[in-house]
Each structure stands twice: as C-alpha cells, then as structure tokens.
Design a protein around this ligand. Structure first.
Ligand code: FAD
Length: 360
C-alpha cells in the first residue's frame, strides 16, 4: 500500500529507510515570463470565465511587471482575439484551425504544450470548467510542473511565486499552495469567484498566429456530434436569481414548488447534493464543492441546511435568503434574510405574492 509519499523516511530516527528520489533537471526559472490565460470558447463565443481570468491575470501581470497573454483556440475566431485585448491582454496566442473547432482534449493538450514550450510563460491559468479540468492536468504533467485545481483566490508572494488558494479538507480550511521549483505555475480557477475585466475600447495588443502541425489531424478520438443539453431553464452559473431546493423538500414531486417560484422570478433552479443524490433533480443543478460555484444577485436556499460543502458554492452571492424550519440551521449564519418556518407554506405564498406583484 506504499504510495511513496516519503513520510516514513522523514520520521524514521534510525535512518533505516532509504528513499531515493530521481534527480530532476533543474529548470532555469528566470527564462519564464508572462501570465497566460487559456480563454475558453464554445461555438465561437468566448466564455465569461475567460474574462474573469483576464481580470485576475491583469493584476498578477502588473504585480510581476510582465505581460498578460490570452490563449485562444478555435476555428474562424480571429475577430474574437481582439476582444481579449480589449479585456486586458497584451498579447493573444491564437491557434485558428478546423482541428480546434470543437474541444478535444488530445489536440488542445498538444497545442498548449507546444505553445508553452516555445514561449515559456511563468503562469498559466484556466477555468475549472469541464474543459479546463479535462485537459489542463495533462498539460501540467507533460510540462513536468505542478497544478492547483479549483482555486478561489490567487496572489503573488514576496519572491514572485504564484499563491494558489483553494478549499481543502471538505472546505474546512483554505490552503495556499506554491510551485517554487518548477515553471510554469499552473492553476485552474473556479467560475464566478473573480470579477470580469472591463472592456477598454481601442486598447492595443499583439495577435500571434500559431500554425498547427498537419499531423495533429491524426487523432485517437473524433468529435462525431455535439449534443446540447436541452433545457428551457436559465443557465445556473449565469443567472441573476437562483432558487435552490434541498433535503427539506422530502420527495421529487415537491421540487415543483421550487420550479414554480423560479419561474415567476425568472430564476434558475439549483439544488443541494442531497436533492441530486436522491434523484429529485439532475447533477447539472448541484451547487457546492462538487457542483457549481454560483454568484447571483439573489440566492434563495429552500430546505437546505447550509453544510460547508454547499456554502462554498454560493456564499459569494450578493444576497442570500434562507427558508428553513430549524432556527439553528447553519444556512442562517450565511444568509442576509431568513424565513423561519415550513417551506411548504412559505414558498407557495412567496410564489403567489410575486405573481400578484407582476400582474399589478
Ligand atoms: P439536509 O442535510 O437533509 O437538510 C435539510 C434541511 O431542510 C434541514 O436544515 C432542515 O431543517 C430543513 N427542512 C426540513 N424540512 C423542512 C420544512 N418542511 N420546511 C423548512 N425547512 C425544512 N452538498 C452540496 O449541497 N453540494 C455539494 O457540492 C456537496 N459536495 C460534497 C462533497 C463532499 C466531499 C461531501 C462529503 C459532501 C458534500 N455535500 C455537498 C453534502 C453536504 O455535506 C450535505 O450533506 C448536503 O449539502 C446536505 O443537503 P441539504 O442541506 O439539502 O439536506
């Protein structure tokens, strides 16, 4: 069961254990310059997480007195590269090819490795999205560097290292991780925890067009069809208002009262893990540590206890309203407003009231 963690070697006072680590080639860290942001696009539309990372990346680049680079992969997206400059990038590394039209981790991995090897950025940031989570770890392994996944805060320490902060041990502590001996320093960052950079019209920057080797068309996997999840509801991570239901709803059919309230408010429907685990609603609605991080203007938590794993996904919402019958439920500590009582009475009454407000 040895995982080669080395802990036994450090504590053995008899020096009975020999633990030889393979010598790794020392990198010249000073050769690495620039903060890069991998800017995700879907169907040619730059995803908002890219603008959030450009905002944060700008701050880091200014602190390090270096440039901010946007990395954009796709097909016929040259025009979009200009958006990244107006959002704060000094340079955009653009790979424009039919091979990069749809995300395929095999090709995206190869192209990002090629770019990072050629230009040697000191930092690479990407969204902790399905795409980022899928291929960024592969890039880190190939570049023989560290990666901190799911960061919620970034900074620069006195020696110029990237401070990568993320929740650890079920969200009970925040761990700040450094990658001191290797470059680039790589982190994926949760969506919606950082503010989007503003648009500066007329901002100037450089677009560097990269060629893709023809051999990259020979792939082990092919995209046959992109199937969109059909949903008439509003996207959770983009919503201004979210109504979320939890274990207090007791059964699947009762989720309708959450949907009714969401409908009248033009809100998205969220859920705690309990609701998802019980099969009352699909996983794409789960908010929290193992679900989505959201930051709406108003988050309404109905029959949700407020476990730390749920709170980490919604506590940066502008206003939180909790509906719960237990006065000691932890959700009330995170909430700006609380309604203490039976959700089966309160929620339909709210829906009715908002309906009347709308009509009048
Ligand atoms: P419960 O704990 O069952 O709470 C139900 C609440 O409803 C209670 O507060 C109760 O007072 C209230 N209630 C009951 N009946 C009524 C009523 N009639 N009227 C009003 N109030 C009522 N959880 C997440 O949500 N998201 C995650 O991403 C997530 N990730 C996790 C990752 C790990 C590694 C682990 C270990 C756990 C994770 N969890 C996550 C689970 C989390 O710890 C909690 O178990 C979960 O959030 C509890 O969901 P709940 O509050 O909806 O349900």
């Amino acid at each position: 069961k040895c995982t080669l963690c080395g802990a036994c070697f450090e504590v053995c006072k008899f020096e009975a254990i020999l633990f030889e680590k393979p010598e790794t080639e020392k990198k010249d860290l000073s050769a690495y310059k620039g903060v890069w942001v991998f800017c995700e696009q879907k169907k040619g539309i730059i995803q908002s997480v890219a603008y959030e990372l450009l905002g944060e990346g700008r701050k880091l680049a200014d602190k390090l007195n270096t440039y901010l680079g946007g990395v954009l992969f796709g097909e016929n997206i040259k025009e979009k590269a200009k958006n990244l400059i107006s959002r704060g990038a000094d340079k955009v590394y653009l790979a424009d090819s039919p091979l990069l039209k749809d995300f395929l981790d095999e090709t995206y991995t190869k192209v990002l490795i090629d770019l990072a090897t050629k230009y040697k950025p000191e930092i690479i940031l990407a969204g902790a999205t399905t795409i980022g989570r899928s291929f960024i770890p592969k890039v880190a392994v190939k570049l023989q560097t560290g990666l901190t996944a799911d960061c919620t805060a970034l900074g620069i320490d006195s020696k110029g290292n990237l401070m990568q902060t993320r929740p650890a041990f079920g969200g009970n502590i925040m761990a700040t991780i450094l990658c001191k001996n290797s470059r680039p320093q790589m982190a994926t960052v949760r969506h919606k925890v950082m503010k989007e950079s503003c648009i500066t019209e007329g901002r100037k920057g450089e677009i560097i067009l990269e060629d893709i080797p023809e051999s990259y068309s020979r792939r082990d996997t092919q995209v046959i069809k992109v199937v969109q999840e059909l949903t008439s509801t509003i996207n959770l991570t983009e919503a201004d208002i979210i109504v979320s239901g939890g274990g207090g709803l007791q059964k699947k059919e009762n989720f309708k009262i959450i949907e009714d309230l969401a409908k009248v408010l033009g809100a998205a429907v969220g859920a705690s893990r309990t609701a998802v685990d019980k099969g009352w609603i699909s996983y794409s609605h789960q908010v929290g540590q193992t679900g989505k991080t959201v930051c709406p203007k108003l988050y309404i938590a109905v029959g949700i206890s407020g476990a730390i794993q749920h709170l980490v996904g919604m506590q940066s919402s502008e206003k939180i309203l909790a509906v719960n019958k237990d006065p000691n439920a932890p959700i009330f500590k995170a909430a700006d407003y609380g309604l203490l009582g039976d959700l089966f009475k309160i929620v339909p009454a709210l829906t009715e009231e908002f309906k009347n407000l709308k009509i009048n």
